[in-house]
Write a protein that binds this ligand. Structure first.
Ligand SMILES: [Zn+2]
Length: 291
């Protein structure tokens, strides 16, 4: 079926004997979430394919089961995101699963998959959280809690400390190092988003930067160095390329604690508390709101 939103078209293909309705409602939900960055979808035509696997017995689907065990993004003339979901999963279980938001967030940049995996995975991992809070799936506290726990997992994985991020990223599939690579990428984008918002008084953000990149370049195929150069030009800054150089040569995941403190995020016994009435708190609330 085709879903039309203001002239843009999503081809939704559901290959399932049962559960058509619950998958359809979930697909609508995550596709809506994808509009919460620049107000529309990244491409005028794109495709979601959903296959079901496994048993349809809902009793086997307790909260510990990953209801979207596998997914894949293929970038091309028509970007296609393919999901394998457990048959019998409810719309609520699917909505609560991060994979849908993560995979669709890959479409936010015109990256066609060469090199600098830390950059594309960092972007998708960062935005999966922003999309969930903006879609009402997570509270603001829960979103920062997830980012906090992710950075802690990244810091705990010290096996690749001393090796530049660019090399860990290049050898990821052979050697591992997923925590270091993904969470360094998230840290890069949080850093840039924070600086843009702070230095512009909220007029600029990662959202506005990616909106401008989409406007010029949605149908292009760009490497990461090409994207950071263009993002600098679009924002009249050097922050994307300067941080790109700094991060790709970083030999450990940069610590997040000073940045959290400046956003009015207090860490107490492993739990994040949101401080109010600080200069950082007002800046922080902007991350959770669609522009
Ligand atoms: Zn990904």
């Amino acid at each position: 079926m085709e879903i039309d939103r203001n002239g843009q078209v999503l081809e939704l293909q559901i290959y399932a004997a049962d559960a058509q309705a619950s998958i359809r409602r979930w697909a609508d939900h995550v596709a809506d979430a994808l509009t919460l960055v620049y107000g529309h979808w990244p491409r005028d035509r794109w495709r979601m394919r959903v296959y079901t696997i496994g048993t349809a017995d809902a009793r086997e689907l307790d909260s510990s089961r990953d209801v979207i065990p596998w997914a894949q993004v293929n970038r091309g003339t028509v970007d296609t995101v393919t999901f394998y979901v457990l048959a019998g999963a409810s719309t609520e279980q699917l909505n609560a699963n991060w994979t849908g938001y993560h995979e669709l967030a890959h479409l936010l940049i015109p990256y066609r998959g060469w090199g600098d995996m830390w950059f594309s995975e960092g972007l998708a991992s960062y935005y999966q959280n922003l999309l969930q809070v903006r879609a009402g799936q997570l509270s603001e506290q829960q979103m920062w809690q997830k980012l906090y726990e992710g950075f802690e997992r990244g810091l705990a994985d010290t096996a690749f400390d001393g090796i530049p991020l660019s090399r860990v990223s290049r050898n990821l599939r052979q050697n591992g190092g997923y925590m270091r690579v993904y969470w360094s990428g998230v840290r890069y984008f949080l850093d840039i988003d924070h600086r843009l918002r702070q230095e512009s008084g909220g007029a600029q953000s990662l959202d506005t930067s990616l909106t401008d990149l989409n406007a010029c370049c949605a149908d292009k195929s760009m490497s990461v160095p090409q994207m950071v150069e263009r993002l600098d030009a679009l924002t009249s800054t050097t922050v994307f390329s300067a941080e790109y150089q700094r991060y790709r040569s970083s030999t450990t995941l940069p610590d997040y604690r000073a940045l959290f403190a400046s956003l009015g995020l207090i860490i107490l016994d492993g739990k994040i508390e949101l401080a109010d009435n600080t200069p950082g708190a007002r800046l922080r609330s902007g991350f959770a709101i669609a522009p």
